[in-house]
Design a protein around this ligand. Structure first.
Ligand code: ADP
Ligand code: MG
Ligand code: MG
Length: 883
């Protein structure tokens, strides 16, 4: 087998496309060599050796040793040195490098090959003893730490004691003799603490380092990182062995890192830092303050330290030439590492640079405008989910933050408001015009109305997939979850943390992007939706086939959705209009009413409120389609709970509270989600559906009068299992439409369709489509009923299922293609067979999940509907699915 790939000297055995084999670092070192860039020669031991290593009881392929020896020879010849040689030793770095860059892997070891003999040669050849012993002590520190697992502080103690004894304050105060003494003391500490002498044999050092790289693939840190980032264990890491160049050879030498564009703003300008007379990680380690690379950046920062541009003009000119070449070649912003050895520039790494979403947008759009990539490429390059970062108000970055506690960044954006500790209180205060932050130990489905009413949600318990986190993300509300240091006392109405106490009504701010809880109200910045964001979204719209609608229950939702580019409302849940404090009482009257007459009386009170809701919604949506779903949730959810609520209802109905309590018991359900809900309500209590249909149609006539544009209405019947159910409800709706036309003389354009959210409905879709004019796949309920799993109760076992790999992803977040997806596919096919023009979409959480959007594109749906804040994400995901 081939276990070694050489690079350097203007050529290489590998190339960028061989990333799987050579790892990212190795592949790009090869690519840079092929481009003729100055790369110190070296070789890559491929990931296949790592795989072999773990498959064969941590041993190496038998040819490896000979191949490494040979490669060392070739590399040595290329630089005129020899590994282990007492006169002219080749020194190398040993660098790990997986396919994806992975913190948690072994740190790089520099200056490997130094020992008590070779250090003298290095000193003599460079005519610089200080440099040689500085390199040696660095090597001993890195090797001991990384390979021998020896703790840093031993060395720090030695160095500090020595500096104190000499009255030195900086490392640069130490001269050659000082470093030589330090090296001796380091070796003593190692021998004393580990019982072994520091290895003097360069070959032993090399294999020790190589083994450490492969060993680091399975450390707990690396395993955790891979699990969090979906990196398969089978990938393995590569090892790069590379001849050293020295940035610590005095004032004409340096080391640095640079981006071809600004990674936080995307601005097109070389951006980076460097340090004179330094090695490797000194720049990031913060030992000394690094200097700016360009003169322009130095002026802007007001630094008095010279820039690389002025200090090392030749190396800077070379870096400029190279970075432009690299960016053209890779057609993307590059993150580079370089070293200058006595005036000569060497490239040590390049990769596509990490960037903020804001920068990613600017860079993609500018690269396309510069002609380096196509518009399609630009659209393909933005991770749809990452847009979330941009779509919410954020705290003014210049504002002073009084951080009270931190938790998990569960849902992005920031919000300020009065502290409330109960959802009812939140809803009440909200309806009175207050802005509130809902603070709970944790939330449950009973808190939905409170979460809706709140500007943001803070919980002290629960993770990134807790109820609060998932629901908040769906609503586009900022949420900090699991802020464990906070103690909530519901009884007293206080929140305390670190000796500070906040009462209900006190103002706090949460930053859901950083997971921070802040005291007081913070100044906010509204998201900037123009500029590159607008340009890129415009390009995305040119490519996508799916239409994007929003789930919007309120005028505020609808306006947000329009701002984000929605093409209609795909789901308006009428029940949310009922949860409002003033209305819920009337809804309760309606529910506990003992006969139709009493029920109709309550419904008559709700009619004008509901009509007004729709008029406003139709006006806002101006001729775009609006899908209105008839009342869906279990009546159970609206029941009065407390004695106070029961008495309140009894008073209005003029009956005995005990009677009301009896009725409540009668209506209580064991399994409400599979109980008296959906179209079953409209069938058993037709007057409810009639009231809603009347409200919709009267509102339509009214809105048409006001705007001059007839609304495009889609009335949606939920939870259909049989065609019969649909026909019964549909007849009522049609009859109501006719009545309203007759009464008002107005004109109506509407369709009646259904949610497809039960497995039976998917199978019977052909039958249902004979009557229904559109389908909206309710993938939330379809997932619940398809899996037989209640979402609200899934927390206790879904986590272990995911951990054990029984499920790959949470099916409530990303659609289960194989099972639930197959039901959708069947429903779509059978429906279209009967009605070729059947309009089909999905609504629910999945509509804003990029992978699910891709699925919907593949199945050939007409649209997806998602929460307003996810509309841009869905637009981009739909475009990418169509590229
Ligand atoms: P990381 O993956 O943590 O960035 P690297 O392998 O890139 O680790 O090494 C870190 C730094 O070590 C490099 O940026 C470079 O400054 C230095 N380095 C690595 N190899 C060499 C070398 N052959 N000569 C000089 N410096 C090197
Ligand atoms: Mg690096
Ligand atoms: Mg449903």
């Amino acid at each position: 087998g081939k276990w070694v790939y050489l690079f350097g000297d203007g050529k290489a055995e590998g190339k960028a496309s061989m990333r799987d084999l050579l790892g990212g670092k190795g592949a790009n070192l090869a690519e840079m060599s092929n481009l003729g860039l100055p790369v110190p020669p070296g070789f890559t031991i491929p990931t296949t050796v790592c795989t072999y290593f773990y498959a064969n009881n941590k041993s190496y392929p038998k040819e490896l040793k000979a191949q490494v020896e040979k490669a060392l020879d070739i590399v040595g010849k290329a630089v005129g040195k020899k590994f282990g040689d007492a006169k002219n030793p080749l020194l190398v770095s040993v660098r790990s490098g997986a396919r994806a860059s992975m913190p948690g892997m072994m740190d790089t070891v520099l200056n490997l090959g130094l020992n008590d003999v070779t250090v003298e040669a290095l000193a003599a050849n460079a005519s610089d003893r200080r440099f040689a012993f500085d390199s040696y002590r660095r090597f001993i520190t890195m090797y001991s730490n990384v390979v021998l697992g020896f703790e840093h502080h031993h060395f720090e103690d030695v160095l500090d004691t020595y500096k104190d004894s000499k009255g030195y304050s900086l490392d640069t105060d130490l001269n050659a003799d000082d470093w030589q003494v330090i090296v001796g003391r380091y070796k003593e500490v190692i021998a004393r603490e580990t019982g072994n002498d520091f290895p003097q044999d360069p070959h032993e050092q090399l294999w020790g380092a190589i083994g450490a790289v492969f060993g680091s693939w399975m450390t707990a840190r690396a395993v955790t990182y891979r699990r969090l980032h979906d990196i398969p264990e089978s990938w393995g890491t590569a090892v790069n062995v590379q001849s050293m160049v020295f940035g610590n050879m005095g004032d004409t030498s340096a080391t640095g890192v640079a981006f071809t564009r600004n990674p936080s703003t995307g601005e097109r300008r070389l951006y980076g830092e460097f340090l004179i007379n330094a090695q490797g990680e000194d720049v990031v380690a913060g030992i000394r303050t690094p200097q700016e690379i360009t003169e322009a950046a130095r002026k802007e920062s007001g630094s008095d330290k010279p820039s690389m541009e002025s200090e090392m003009p030749e190396a800077f000119a070379e870096l400029t030439r190279i970075y432009q070449k690299l960016e053209k070649h890779y057609r993307d912003m590059q993150d580079m590492e370089f070293t200058v050895e006595q005036g000569k520039l060497w490239m040590l790494q390049t990769r596509n640079g990490k960037r903020t979403t804001k920068a990613a947008l600017r860079i993609a759009v500018e690269l396309a405008n510069e002609g380096l990539i196509s518009k399609k490429d630009a659209v393909a390059r933005i991770e749809p989910a990452s847009l979330d970062q941009l779509l919410h108000p954020t705290i003014d970055p210049n504002a002073e933050r009084d951080i009270v506690a931190t938790g998990l960044p569960a849902s992005p954006g920031a919000a300020s408001g009065e502290i409330v500790f109960s959802s009812d209180e939140a809803a009440k205060l909200h309806s009175e015009g207050h802005k509130v932050v809902l603070v709970r130990v944790e939330t449950s489905p009973e808190d939905i109305h409170g979460m809706h009413a709140a500007e943001g949600i803070l919980t002290t318990r629960g993770g990134m997939t807790s109820h609060a986190a998932v629901v908040a993300r769906g609503m586009g509300k900022p949420c900090v979850s699991g802020a464990g240091s906070i103690r909530v006392d519901y009884g007293r109405g206080t929140l305390s943390v670190g000796g500070r106490t906040f009462k209900a009504g006190d103002i706090i701010t949460i930053d859901g992007s950083l997971g921070q809880v802040l005291a007081g109200r913070m100044p906010m910045i509204e998201p900037e939706l123009s500029g590159e964001f607008g340009t890129l979204m415009g390009w995305a719209d040119q490519f996508r086939k799916l239409k994007i609608r929003a789930n919007a229950d309120t005028p505020a939702d609808a306006r947000t959705a329009l701002r984000f580019g929605t093409e209609g409302i795909g789901l308006c849940r009428t029940e949310h209009m009922f949860f409002e404090e003033t209305r819920i009482r009337t809804v309760r009257e309606m529910i506990v009413a003992e006969d139709e007459q009493a029920r109709r009386a309550a419904l008559a009170k709700l009619l004008p409120m509901q009509r007004a809701d729709f008029v406003e919604l139709f006006e806002i949506m101006k001729g775009l389609p609006v899908t209105i779903r008839l009342l869906d949730p279990p009546l159970h959810e609206f029941l009065p709970h407390t004695q106070h609520e029961i008495e309140e209802v009894a008073r209005v109905l003029n009956t005995d509270p005990r009677k009301v309590a009896d009725r409540v018991r009668e209506l209580a359900e064991f399994n409400p989600m599979l109980g008296f809900r959906g179209c079953r309500l409209a069938i058993v209590y037709p007057e409810i559906a009639e009231m809603q249909a009347r409200a919709i149609f009267e509102a339509a006539v009214e809105a048409a009068k006001r705007t001059g544009k007839p609304p495009v209405i889609e009335v949606m019947v939920p939870l259909i299992a049989t065609r019969n159910e649909f026909d019964i409800v549909r007849d009522r709706i049609d009859a109501m439409a006719q009545a309203v036309v007759k009464e008002t003389g107005g004109k109506l354009t509407y369709q009646v369709g259904t949610m497809i959210e039960l497995p039976r409905a998917c199978l019977m879709a052909g039958e249902i489509a004979k009557s229904a004019e559109f389908f909206s796949f309710g993938t939330n309920d379809l997932t619940q009923t398809g899996f037989g799993v209640s979402r609200d109760d899934a927390a206790s076992f879904l986590g272990p299922y995911l951990a054990k790999g029984i499920l790959e992803t949470d099916p409530f977040i990303s659609i289960d293609r194989d099972g639930v997806g197959e039901l959708v596919r069947i429903g779509a096919e059978r429906g279209r067979k009967v009605r070729a023009k059947l309009k089909m979409g999905i609504c629910g959480e999945h509509g804003g999940d990029p992978a699910s959007v891709t699925f919907c594109h593949e199945v050939g749906l007409d649209y997806v509907s998602c929460s307003p804040y996810r509309v841009p994400i869905a637009r981009l995901a739909a475009a990418q699915a169509a590229l």
